[in-house]
Design a protein around this ligand. Structure first.
Ligand SMILES: [Zn+2]
Length: 323
């Protein structure tokens, strides 16, 4: 317990101070200065307020307030309501309260900065996150070059709209119109959802890169020193704390690229556009991904036919078109 203690988290921390005296009263007339702020936990019993007002001791049970020092050196509790009510006009009280708040803020920001700027792991994690994001981006670039233009355009559109569902129109020939002629109708049905669509969200990549580079700049310029003042310290602490969220977003993209590249997912991608040529190209890409480096056009067409047959089975073998 030093005299520089500005915050008391338990009554015990005050009760054990030599100058603290539960018997004395404190008022704007006999106060010398404020020592610090206290917030006792709810598990602790409330303690009586020691503020004197018009010759009467307050005694209100409370847990939050300020420890004050009287001109005779004795220390007493100023409950937060009495502090606001009776000491608001006391310049010394107001100035001390501001000073304590400021000091406690600075201390809080410095503690947070110690976990980021002051932590060597933080810089490593940041560097790794940027490296991972670059790797994911280059995987997506390779993918973009490997897949048909129409497919890429469609995937980007789906990512932008946030709609992962792939739908087909099943053909029903079994109906008849009023005159008994065969009637054809189409029923739209979702056959699956594209996983990892987020990798096609270009804005997401741009924002994440910008965010990580900005954090890197802040990390380089932040100074873990109280001389920087609470405004700058807060800005740095807040900005560096954003990294954990950005890191989660990179994790999310890392999972998304794996999910997108999964073979059953690539099979579903064949059906996001109507073109059979595009679908065959995707099927060929899927075969190569699955380990068949020499996959031919013929192999790809065969796979495409199999996939069509599987989808057809979802509606009892009905033919379908892609909207
Ligand atoms: Zn009081």
């Amino acid at each position: 317990m030093t005299d520089t203690q500005l915050f008391f988290r338990s009554y015990k921390e005050i009760d054990t101070r030599a100058a603290f005296d539960t018997e004395v009263g404190i008022s704007p007339q006999n106060i010398e200065s404020l020592i610090g702020e206290y917030h006792f936990p709810v598990e602790e019993e409330e303690v009586p307020c020691q503020v004197d007002h018009e010759g009467k001791r307050c005694k209100e049970p409370h847990r939050n307030g300020w420890l004050g020092r009287r001109q005779d050196g004795k220390e007493a509790l100023i409950g937060s309501s009495c502090g606001v009510k009776y000491f608001g006009a006391n310049e010394k009280f107001v100035a001390d309260r501001k000073r304590i708040t400021r000091e406690l803020s600075i201390k809080g920001y410095l503690e947070r900065l110690a976990l980021t700027k002051g932590n060597p792991d933080f810089e490593n994690d940041l560097r790794r996150a940027i490296g991972r994001l670059k790797r994911i981006k280059s995987e997506v670039d390779d993918l973009r070059n490997a897949l048909p233009v129409n497919i890429v355009r469609r995937l980007r559109g789906m990512a932008k709209a946030g709609s992962a569902g792939v739908e087909v129109n099943f053909r029903y020939d079994d109906d008849e119109d009023e005159e008994g002629n065969p009637k054809v109708s189409f029923v739209r049905q979702q056959i699956g959802q594209i996983d990892g669509l987020d990798v096609w969200n270009e804005v997401h990549f741009q924002n994440l890169f910008a965010q990580l580079y900005a954090i890197r700049t802040t990390l380089a310029s932040a100074e873990v020193t109280r001389d920087a003042g609470p405004i700058k310290l807060k800005r740095w602490a807040d900005h560096l704390d954003e990294f954990r969220l950005a890191q989660n977003a990179v994790d999310g993209l890392d999972n998304a690229i794996d999910a997108f590249m999964a073979i059953p997912n690539l099979h579903l991608v064949c059906f996001v556009v109507p073109s059979q040529n595009d679908a065959t190209d995707v099927a060929r890409y899927a075969l190569k991904r699955a380990g068949d480096a020499a996959a031919t056009e013929g192999n790809a067409r065969q796979l495409y036919r199999q996939l069509r047959a599987q989808i057809s089975e979802l509606a009892g073998g009905r033919d379908f078109s892609i909207p």
